[in-house]
Design a protein around this ligand. Structure first.
Ligand code: C2E
Ligand code: MG
Ligand code: MG
Ligand code: MG
Length: 285
C-alpha cells in the first residue's frame, strides 16, 4: 500500500498533489478508528406537514466529531468511506443507532417516523436489509416508524434483488423515499414501478421558487408528477418564509429546511418536537 511513502518522495509531482495524498491517507486512518472511538453521532431535522404545520417525522443525518478538526459534515468524508468500503461499517452503525433512537423515542411517547440515508455501496451489500431488519427487531423498533431514503440515481440503478428487498421492507411497514429528486435522470416509467411512498424535491428545485417564475412552474409540475405517481411530495432545503408560502400554494405536502429548523442533537429535537406538538394542539383548539 502507498501508506507512508507519499510524503517526502523526491519526485517532480506537485507539492499540492503530495499534500492531497497525505491528507487522504490521514483521513482514511482517522475514519478507520472513528467507529471504535465512538466519534460518530446523528443529528435530527424535523419534517413538517405544510397544511397543518405539525411534525410528521425527522431525518437522521450523520456527523463525525473529529478529535482534532471538530465536527465534520458527511460531504468531507462520505466519498472516502464509499471508496474504501468503510461505509458498510459506518452504515451499520447508523442503522443500529436509528433503530435504537426510534425505540428510545417510543419509550418517552414520541412516535415520530425517522428517515435514514443509505449509500449505493451499502445497499449493494447483500446483508444490508437483513441487518436493518435485525436491528429493528433487536431494538424493538416498529418498522412503520422507519423511512429509508435512497437517492434518485441509486433508485434508477438498483438491481432486482435490491428492489425485492426494498419491497419486503415496505411490506413490513417501512416507508421508502426517493432523495435528491431532480438531480439525476429519472425514467418515469421505472419510477412508477418502484415501491415508493415519498419523493423529496432536491434543494436545487426549491431554491428559486420564490423569485423566479420558471422555477416555480417547474416545482409545481414536479409536485404534480409526484402526486400522479401516488406519492407524497417533500421539499428539502426550504430556507425562507417566501418559499414556504409558494410550496403551500403549489400543493407540496411536507417540508424540511432551515426555515423550520436546522438539524439538531437528540435532546434538542425531543424538546422541539414536544413544543411543536403542543403548538399544533393549541392551534386546533
Ligand atoms: P441529504 O440526505 O439530501 O440531506 C440533506 C442535507 O441538506 C443535509 O446535509 C442537511 O443538513 C442539509 N440541509 C437541511 N436543510 C437545509 C437548508 O435549509 N439549506 C441548506 N443549504 N441545507 C440544508 P448534511 O447533513 O451535510 O448531509 C449531506 C448528505 O450526506 C445527505 O444529503 C446525505 O446524502 C448524506 N448523508 C447524511 N447522513 C448520512 C448517513 O447516515 N448515511 C449515508 N450513507 N449518507 C448520509
Ligand atoms: Mg436524505
Ligand atoms: Mg436530499
Ligand atoms: Mg440533497
Amino acid at each position: 500500500h502507498a501508506k507512508g511513502n507519499g510524503r517526502g518522495r523526491a519526485e517532480p509531482f506537485s507539492v499540492e498533489l503530495a499534500a492531497r495524498i497525505a491528507e487522504r491517507t490521514t483521513l482514511e486512518g482517522d475514519l478507520r478508528e472513528a467507529i471504535d472511538r465512538d466519534e460518530f453521532a446523528l443529528v435530527f431535522q424535523p419534517q413538517i406537514s405544510i397544511e397543518q404545520g405539525r411534525v410528521v417525522g425527522a431525518e437522521a443525518l450523520l456527523r463525525w466529531r473529529h478529535p482534532r478538526e471538530g465536527l465534520r459534515l458527511p460531504l468531507t468524508f462520505l466519498d472516502c468511506a464509499e471508496e474504501t468500503g468503510m461505509i458498510v461499517d459506518i452504515g451499520d452503525w447508523v442503522v443500529e443507532s436509528v433503530a435504537a433512537t426510534i425505540a428510545r423515542w417510543g419509550r418517552i411517547g414520541i412516535e415520530q417516523r425517522l428517515a435514514v440515508n443509505v449509500s449505493p455501496r451499502q445497499i449493494d451489500h447483500a446483508d444490508f436489509f437483513h441487518g436493518l431488519r435485525a436491528a429493528l427487531r433487536r431494538a424493538s423498533a416498529p418498522a412503520h416508524l422507519l423511512e429509508l431514503e435512497i437517492s434518485e440515481t441509486l433508485a434508477m440503478q438498483c438491481s432486482d434483488a435490491v428492489l425485492a428487498a426494498i419491497e419486503q421492507l415496505r411490506a413490513d411497514g417501512a416507508t421508502i423515499a426517493i432523495d435528491d429528486f431532480g438531480t439525476g435522470y429519472s425514467n418515469l416509467s421505472r419510477l412508477r414501478a418502484l415501491p415508493i411512498d415519498r419523493i423529496k424535491l432536491d434543494r436545487s428545485l426549491v431554491a428559486h421558487v420564490a423569485d423566479d417564475t420558471a422555477a416555480r412552474t417547474i416545482a409545481q409540475a414536479v409536485v404534480g408528477v409526484i402526486h400522479a405517481l401516488g406519492c407524497e411530495a417533500v421539499a428539502e432545503g426550504v430556507e425562507t418564509p417566501a418559499q414556504v408560502e409558494i410550496l403551500r400554494i403549489i400543493g407540496c405536502d411536507v417540508m424540511q429546511g432551515y426555515a423550520i429548523a436546522a438539524p439538531m442533537e437528540e435532546s434538542a429535537f425531543v424538546s422541539w418536537s414536544r413544543g411543536s406538538v403542543r403548538r399544533a394542539v393549541g392551534d386546533a383548539r
